[in-house]
Ligand binder design. Structure first.
Ligand code: GDP
Ligand code: IMO
Ligand code: MG
Length: 432
């Protein structure tokens, strides 16, 4: 049995898509475990840029099986559109893309609640992607969610939808003061989606169990990142699912015993989209420079990403929460022009020096970063494939991060393309 979890260590957009695409060649199955089409994972192949939202980043390797696990919330229209876009660009998914029958559906009222409740929150808004993700998970936990499998049974789907609309339409009318949803209209639309996604629906937990039993290698693809995890992130400025490595088990139905390693993906600096605390944020020209050099605009919403230095306190926390066995350090090349590279090694909070990540978003908001400055390399690392060829200051930076985080750097990404990477160790080689 061999399962490698690939997890974001920051606030998402660490370059998980690129790393998963790279590793998928050596795996048999790639299983996305949580989130929904709030995610945007970018893969650059040749000169072409692909962004996947729901479909696992392994899809670009013909023949690899891709699973959308039970922990994902699925907007069927978004999934079908993504499948169509891939098809138009020559990527066939038939017979190798499977969606869990237990995954929960995003319905039109979820999207409406997401948008309207953000408006009502005013300055306390989370800055969600507006895709209906949070409200769909609310229904799942409230036990009124509708699952992908329910779509295949018209009577059952209708009954559940009708019951939910009673309550939802009350909300639309009296709380948000927006138009009600029409049962027949939603029913018909979703029946159409149901027919179209039926060939992909499967008991994916069973599929994964069998694959692992046969000795196949499975990659578990996390969306978002540790600091957006609903339990361990900067709550309430988080997404509504378990982005951490632990989620890979409950969100796919695979035992923790099947996991042989956890690869954390970390940018050589930090970004965040949406609201919430961000100790190392740079709201100046340097932040702007990172945004431009790193192309830091949301892959899903196009929003400019907030940028800041690498936060080793947060990374060490991510190492602990996820039990990281290796790190994939991405976007090293974005720092190529910096005179000095800074790393946050501690926080100052109410006159005290703190070395562990702070549990309360309110406290984190007040943390001042304590930096260690390292010399920059002022030379191009773009596309480099061997560690020894990196400028010595870049090597020192990588080694310093490794020491601070306490996890071996196995991959260093030096560009967006698949082969722009330095491989120090194979993350798929079982860590235990
Ligand atoms: P994900 O959500 O974690 O998959 O990351 P995104 O795709 O949202 O954002 C990462 C961005 O950085 C994408 O535009 C990638 O093409 C790009 N990228 C990934 N790795 C590197 C790298 O090493 N160097 C540079 N310059 N860009 C990279
Ligand atoms: P990938 O997988 C970065 C952020 C949103 C918002 C918060 C809650 O590409 O790394 P939601 O719509 O999930 O309820 O929004 O989470 N967010 C992400 N930020 N990358 C993502 O995904 C994100 N998915 C959600 O910006 O702050
Ligand atoms: Mg992204």
């Amino acid at each position: 049995m061999s399962g490698l979890v690939v997890v974001g260590t920051q606030w998402g957009d660490e370059g998980k898509g690129k790393i998963i695409d790279l590793l998928a060649e050596r795996a048999d199955v790639v299983a996305r475990y949580q989130g929904g089409h709030n995610a945007g994972h970018t893969i650059v192949l040749g000169g072409e840029r692909f962004v996947v939202h729901l479909v696992p980043s392994g899809i670009f390797h013909p023949g690899k099986v891709c699973v959308i696990g039970n922990g994902v919330v699925v907007d069927p229209a978004a999934l079908l559109e993504e499948i169509q876009l891939l098809r138009e660009r020559g990527i066939a998914v038939e017979g190798r893309l499977f969606v869990s029958n237990r995954a929960h559906l995003i319905l039109p009222y979820h999207k409406a609640i997401d948008k309207e409740s953000e408006k009502l929150r005013g300055i306390r808004r989370i800055g969600t992607t507006g895709r209906g993700i949070g409200p769909a998970y609310v229904d799942k936990m409230a036990r009124v969610g509708i699952q992908v499998g329910d779509l295949l049974d018209a009577d059952l789907f209708r009954e559940k939808l009708q019951a939910n609309l009673l309550e939802m339409n009350y909300l639309m009318e009296h709380r948000y003061e927006i138009p009600r949803f029409d049962l027949e209209e939603v029913f018909e639309t979703y029946q159409g989606h149901g027919k179209a996604i039926a060939p992909y629906v499967a008991d994916t937990a069973l599929l994964l169990h069998r694959a692992l039993k046969e000795g196949k290698r499975v990659l578990f693809e996390g969306a978002q990142g540790t600091l957006l995890d609903v339990d361990f992130g900067t709550y309430p400025y988080v997404t509504s699912s378990s982005a951490c490595a632990g989620g890979a088990c409950t969100c796919t139905g695979v035992s923790p015993l099947a996991m042989t390693g956890v690869l954390g993906v970390a940018k050589a600096y930090t970004t965040r989209v949406g609201s919430g605390p961000f100790p190392t944020e740079m709201q100046d020209a340097l932040g702007e420079l990172f945004r431009e050099r790193g192309g830091e605009y949301g892959a899903t919403t196009g929003r400019p990403r907030r940028c800041g230095w690498f936060d080793a306190v947060a990374a060490r926390y991510a190492a602990r929460i996820n039990g990281l066995t290796g790190l994939a350090l991405t976007k090293l090349d974005v720092l190529d022009t910096s005179e000095t590279v800074r790393v946050c090694v501690a926080y100052r909070l109410r006159g005290e020096t703190i070395r562990e990540f702070v549990g309360s978003a309110h406290d984190l908001e007040q943390c001042e970063p304590v930096y260690e400055d390292l010399p920059g390399w002022k030379d191009s690392t773009r596309g480099m494939e061997t560690f020894d060829r990196l400028p010595s200051a870049a090597q020192r930076f990588v080694r310093r991060l490794e020491t601070l985080v306490g996890v071996p750097v196995q991959l260093i990404s030096t560009g967006a393309k698949r082969d722009e990477v330095i491989e120090i160790a194979d993350p798929l080689k079982a860590a235990r």
